[in-house]
Design a protein around this ligand. Sequence first.
Ligand SMILES: [Zn+2]
Length: 482
Amino acid sequence: MSQVHGARQHPDSVLWVHPAPSRLVSASAVVLFDAPAGQAPGPGWLRIAGDRVVATGHGAPPHTADEHVDEGILVPGLVDAQVNGAFGHDVAEAGGAEMADIAQRLPRTGVTAWVPTFVTAPVEQLADRLRRYRALRAELARDDRPRARLLPAHVEGPFLAPTRSGAHRAEWLCEPTPPRVALLVDAGGEDLGYLTLAPELPHAEAAVTALVDAGVRVSLGHSEADAATVHRAADLGARLVTHLFNAQSPLHHRAPGVVGAALADDRLTLGLIVDLHHVAADAVRVAFAAAPGRVMIVTDAVASAGMPPGEYRLGGVDLVVQEGQPPRRADGVLAGSGARMDESIGRAVSVGVDLVTAVRAATAVPARALGHTELGELRPGALADMTVLDGTRCAAVPPGSPAAVARETPASPPALPGRSGILTRVAREIPASSPVLPGRSPLVCCVARETPRRSAPATGRGTRPGPGGDPLATGASRVENP
Ligand SMILES: [Zn+2]
């Protein structure tokens, strides 16, 4: 093992990789971009130069690797497309320090890129939040502290069906009139990635067109739409569906609703919350079977994620979390989840989804659906964000088993290689008194990093950066507790 040039380990154990000479990483089990679905991941290798993967291969490496991962499964860094909060912070109300804190802790769950989600609020307030988010991303881009990448935001609402509002505040719902849509588009700029709306609302068709023209992806959700309305929205450019099955018209064989249209329409990528509270195991199987390559696992995490049971907030709504249960409003309505991406992969596998397919649903599928094509795959040219999932061979777990990947960490976890190398262990030994995540699924997490940026990213519509142009999630200069 040679010394890693320029790498340093953060106290949170997420490794931050600065420009390095070419390095060869091998693994006993790896999910490369061309790994066949339906088979347990086999050995493979990748060569990394700087922050990029430059070559990959199956089987034995061409020569002795600089790092070898022999425990767990090396996979691309996980991409969570819907995060309302975590670690006690509600994205809707979080300041820069809180957002940076979420970004710092998410790699403990294998996540190397995430999409902050701003739930329903008065439109002016949402616009303000988007402006602050733009400023935050620009500020963080000048800081090289280790964090999961902050991707352009998701605005969920306020253009939602009142009858499918879920935990969103009903009094703030409204129609997507052109001025309201324009306000959000202008406020968010290139830092607004996608927006969830109900396509059956008045003005919705014009809104979909305006958003798509502005480079903002449209997701259909919190909706009573019939199937024809969903297909029509896809004709106009809508490409996503927000948390399939939840808060949308269900599938009836003569009225397929949002669910039926979403499963049938190949143009749509479907978010799915795999905590087995929001959606039953059979529904998970149905989604993966009906929409191959189009299911993206999301957590829809709220402030309670990674925290003990208690009371939390989501976009101005009080939530209660009881032991072993998802967050709920006082009236019992589900309000986001406490799920983790790494465990969600394990749950998908535990109900019978093929492991490689489940990994892709948490990596390549969301990355592609959101336009970040340099994330989510270990292939030449991609950013070298990586995670090592727990060594449990998910493929061997019988369908229906509740355990799968998300087993408890052994008291003395086996040492992973490369502690001082390009990969290192993440947050394995969190103090028992810490209110953060319980010590589960040992993993290694690596966020690739080129040089710290010295200037703000380009702004202005029409110059939306390519996926590699997204500034990394890095800390605001005034963050007190990195
Ligand atoms: Zn929702």
